[in-house]
Write a protein that binds this ligand. Sequence first.
Ligand code: MN
Length: 307
Amino acid sequence: MKIGRAASLTDTGRRRLRNEDAFVFEPPLFAIADGMGGARAGEVAAGIAAVALKDGRQHVDGEESLEAIIAEANRLVWERSVADPTTAGMGTTITVAFVDAPASQVVFGHVGDSRAYRLRDGILEQITTDHSLVAELVRTGVLTPEEAERHPQRSAITRAVGTERAIDADVFTVPAEPGDLVLICSDGLTDMLSEAEIAAAIVGADADPERAAEALVAAANAQGGEDNITVVLFELVEGEPGSEPEPEPEPEPAAGPETTIEPTPDADGDAGVRRHGAGSGGRAAAIGLIALVVVVGLLALYWGIGR
Ligand code: MN
């Protein structure tokens, strides 16, 4: 088994002025980060995390080493937020996929509410578990999945990279088969599209990663595009591991509030962070508001019963 075609796309969406998502496209390692925090802090957090994952990718060979580079990303975001008051409290989600082709498996690392999905035989399956308030409320039976999709606090996450000194990441390994297609994405996609709509967009693009990426972003924007939308897709195919083309080296982008990394048009060599957008805006920091949000959740339940 080896990695076949792969593609990535990030889009500011139709409501936000800035794109605070970042991604890493460094086969066999792929990742996305969705930053949160006031002013430009979310963008800073996602950028630092993405650069940390990119820098650490050479050391990744399995779960333990993947966990280690996530811990390093957490340390770098945390230390910056402590040192720089304008970024206090910032954080980011991370969803990472490392393809261990010789072992026919994919190792995932995950914190927050970005997601990984696998499309196999036309069936889309969510691989990650959201670390979000609404996901907790669904698990405990307070909300139905349908109520969670429309919940006003659906962006409230219960774990994030960089908000605390220590990080608790989900790291796990999933067996892979030739023909699998993996999607990792930010909530700007999954808040706008149902699982069925995501599957339909990919299948409608003949599971071609590049066409599917464009179709997914277009569909999320057509549904409102309320948040930044980032997708990374790769397929697994028959073949000798290691025969994939190596990503071309490029200058390391520096992470920081004054850094703007322009989008690169080529899908093949665009390793690293790609962002665009200008202005201000951002995702509300949710950590610490859990008690308040539980009340909102209970109100939603009450309304559900009342109707
Ligand atoms: Mn988002």
